[in-house]
Design a protein around this ligand. Structure first.
Ligand code: ATP
Length: 325
């Protein structure tokens, strides 16, 4: 067992629904284990500036069901410098923090790993990003909620598409990963899903649409991941429109509505489990690892692996889009 008296928790990078559930779990699990807990506002920037609060059980009351992160989040350029991290470490020392839980994405874990290497402070990560683009975990906190938000939006769009015989291109988030697009595409019955992990062929897409049209499909929905190699939804719609105009074409970019909102039950439960496991792992003397979930079991994945390796896209799901289109 590690000799810890106080830990701190922060959220960093893009916000994701379920981060609050994870913070709550870290705080209450720590208190349950006799530890004192600090929350750090605004990620690494708040750490550098000494923006710490003492957390009690009630500090994290009524946040489980809220999107975003009550600790706020930030991107900190200062933390990328040695001087910045030195200041951050001095603040941790001044507040007598013995170990740290970082809830964020691969950038946040890179920062945590560097802090650990430079100053030896134990660090544990919980994957918080809607993109689900971290290796070593089947799901990240916020992904399930974001997918549900997309599916809800696409269901509404389909009503209009169907009523007007339209072709809709719906652009979803994910940066250079197509995981939100793929899962929401299957759940919403999209005619095609365009993702950066596979090469998009406009002619093939047109053929799919044309076949559907000949088979009396009166509308079509194409989900476009924002990082697709052929461009965003507007660009792709234009390229398709030059050769195929059997339907009236519309484009919807879902944007930031995908980030917010109440976390799904799945995200709340998973985030709670991960937060609790992060505290337990630190108490066992583990460090420099991310809590992941694989086949519904919690696992510890070294930061190095989570950061450097690339998550593979699920071929079965890819095939399913084509089969069911
Ligand atoms: P998201 O997936 O939502 O973007 P993220 O954690 O990957 O989350 P980043 O903006 O990449 O988000 O990183 C968050 C913060 O982590 C950065 O603003 C910076 O303070 C710190 N960080 C990232 N990379 C490094 C690095 N190489 N060295 C030190 N700190 C870093």
């Amino acid at each position: 067992m590690a000799n810890l008296k106080k830990i701190a928790v922060l959220t960093s990078g893009g916000d994701a629904p379920g981060m609050n559930a994870c913070v709550r779990a870290v705080v209450r699990s720590a208190i349950n284990n006799g530890l004192s807990v600090n929350g750090i506002y605004r990620g690494y920037q708040g750490m550098i500036e000494g923006d710490f609060i003492q957390c009690e059980k009630h500090t994290v009351s009524n946040i489980l069901h809220r999107g975003g992160t009550f600790l706020k989040t930030a991107r900190s350029d200062d933390f990328r410098t040695k001087e910045g991290r030195q200041k951050a470490y001095e603040q941790l020392q001044a507040n007598e923090v013995d170990a740290l839980v970082v809830i964020g994405g691969d950038g946040s874990f890179t920062g945590a790993a560097i802090l650990h290497d430079e100053f030896g402070i134990p660090v544990m990560g919980c994957p918080g990003t809607i993109d689900n683009d971290l290796f070593g975990t089947d799901f990240t906190i916020g992904y399930d909620t974001a997918v549900n938000t997309v599916v809800d939006a696409v269901d509404r769009i389909r009503d209009t598409a169907e009523s007007h015989n339209r072709l809709f291109f719906v652009e979803v988030m994910g940066r250079d990963a197509g995981l939100i697009a793929l899962r929401s595409g299957i759940a919403s019955g999209a005619e095609a899903v365009l993702i950066p992990e596979t090469v998009t062929y406009i002619d093939e897409l047109i053929e799919t649409l044309h076949t559907g049209y000949l088979q009396h499909k009166t509308s079509a929905i194409i989900i476009v991941a924002e990082g697709d190699d052929e461009g965003g939804a507007y660009e792709i719609a234009e390229k398709v429109g030059k050769k195929f105009n059997s339907y009236e074409t519309k484009v919807t970019v879902l944007g930031h509505i995908q980030r917010g909102g109440r976390p799904s039950a799945y995200d709340r439960v998973m985030a709670s489990r991960m937060g609790n496991r992060a505290v337990e792992a630190l108490l066992r003397g583990e460090t420099n690892k991310m809590v992941g979930i694989q086949r519904n079991e919690l696992v510890l994945v070294p930061f190095e692996k989570a950061i450097k390796h690339h998550k593979q896209i699920n071929q079965e799901l890819l095939n399913l889009v084509e089969i069911l289109s």
